[in-house]
Design a protein around this ligand. Structure first.
Ligand code: PA5
Length: 445
């Protein structure tokens, strides 16, 4: 098996080998507390076993039926209800999409409240055949609910209510929530998100698997990759998830409070976005937690490189790269050599990228930024499945070591409460009066 590897050699000298050994022991205890369900938030551990359980037959059939009736699939969701699918689809798609490919072309909505975006999306869909996959565990999140209302009405107007029903799939709670009730009422095909799996850990449920399969990618290989990583991690106490969690925790305790996940492959941008949500929402609570930041290298070396090299020494860096790109391209020889680039002639573009990566890691370590690195042998569904499971497990272990509940997100409610109070949502009358007084007192109203 081609396995994702993790290199923690360059956290030294920032953390001594003895310190690292001690923290790894703690990480082992934390991992056991997850698998034995003795940790905080232990009613949300269903994700640990998803690679072993996922029933794929219904998803495969729904994906085939969606593909048969439409060319475009609009996936509507936010946070954990869209980032995993987007990360996999963007990682496996051509950078310049082929509209005539086998799978559906996937578009995303419901991940913001952008009026221009929706107007432009409807313009774009005006002459296209499309279907909708609306995903919300709670079934009450405002952003996807607005997007679904707009897109459902547009689809019904285009193809009629009966055909629209055939083209809409809802992924939500098995028994509760506005989306569940609406789907029942309208007779949509529905997939349930297990009660014991939180949004950001739900990639390997229909939340991620259905859009990925509809896009024509190998969702079963993704599951197999996750299962392989699960078995590597349960069988080996010195596994990469545990070492990664231990390394970043040891650095955090030394004052490195920001972690930059820097990818050296353009298609990993949304893997970084997914990772930011996973770690940010899991760890950032009780005034604790590493701030997860993302960067695309070498692009961001020309914007953030200066800060990383010489800014405050609170940064740690984790690099993700891919050993072998899928395609080969060499830099041509030019007889005139006016650009003075002939010293690279005949080299693969990726050889230059690899030297950029090595040069960057050396420079950042020399500049006082501890470095960790993940390497995917190839970018495919199996290695991505390994990486996602590895990150989820590392996140659970890190959160337990931090002493927080990694599986809740109480802080996310605060902006929603204010927004509902400001919008006059029924049930928020008192909050609405309170916020108006607050705004008047601060002179903002
Ligand atoms: O990880 C989480 O739980 C969140 O990011 C949710 O996924 C996000 O808020 C969307 O919630 P819902 O699926 O209930 O619409």
């Amino acid at each position: 098996m081609q396995t994702v590897t993790f290199d923690s050699a360059h956290i030294h000298p920032f953390v001594s080998p003895d310190e690292f050994t001690a923290v790894r022991q703690e990480a082992f205890t934390a991992q056991q507390s997850l698998f034995r369900a003795t940790c905080r938030g232990n009613d949300f551990l269903g994700w640990l076993d998803l690679p072993l359980q996922a029933d794929f037959a219904g998803i495969r059939q729904a994906a085939e039926e969606l593909r048969a009736c439409a060319r475009y699939l609009v996936v509507i969701g936010i946070g954990g209800s869209y980032l995993g699918a987007r990360a996999v689809i963007e990682a496996l798609s051509s950078s310049f999409r082929h509209p005539d490919g086998e799978g559906m072309q996937v578009l995303f909505a419901g991940h913001h409240i952008g009026e221009d975006y929706y107007a432009e999306l409807l313009d774009f869909l005006a002459d296209k055949s499309f279907a909708l996959c609306v995903i919300s565990k709670s079934g009450t999140t405002t952003e996807p609910a607005i997007a679904f209302r707009l897109l459902k009405a547009y689809l019904e107007q285009q193809v009629g209510r009966d055909e629209a029903r055939r083209r809409i799939v809802a992924v939500t709670d098995a028994a509760r929530g506005a989306l569940h009730d609406l789907a029942q009422q309208e007779g949509y095909r529905t997939f349930a998100i297990p009660d014991n799996v939180g949004g950001r850990f739900s990639l390997l449920t229909p939340v991620g698997l259905l859009p990925i399969a509809a896009a024509g990618f190998d969702a079963e290989a993704l599951l197999a990759g996750a299962a392989a990583m699960r078995s590597l991690c349960t069988d080996c106490p010195d596994n990469p998830a545990l070492r990664y969690a231990a390394a970043r925790t040891a650095l955090y305790r030394k004052g490195y409070s920001v972690e930059i996940l820097a990818n050296f492959h353009t298609k990993l941008h949304y893997v970084t976005e997914w990772w930011k949500q996973l770690f940010g929402e899991s760890e950032g609570k009780e005034h604790r937690g590493i701030f997860p930041a993302g960067a695309d290298f070498t692009t961001d070396l020309h914007s953030m490189g200066q800060y990383i090299q010489q800014g405050p020494r609170t940064l740690m860096e984790t690099v993700i790269s891919v050993s072998s790109p899928c395609r080969r391209m060499a830099i041509p020889h030019d007889p005139g050599n006016l650009d003075r680039l002939n010293f690279l002639a005949g080299m693969r573009v990726d050889e230059v990228n690899k030297m950029a990566e090595l040069g960057t890691r050396i420079a950042h370590i020399d500049g006082g930024v501890p470095n960790m690195a993940f390497r995917l042998p190839e970018l495919n569904a199996h290695t991505l499945g390994q990486l996602f499971y590895l990150f989820e497990l590392a996140c659970g272990i890190s959160g337990c070591m931090l002493g927080v509940n990694p599986f809740d997100q109480p802080g996310v409610e605060d902006y929603k409460n204010n927004m509902f109070a400001l919008l006059g949502k029924p049930g928020y009358e008192q909050a609405s009066r309170d916020i108006k007084i607050k705004l008047e007192n601060s002179g903002t109203l």
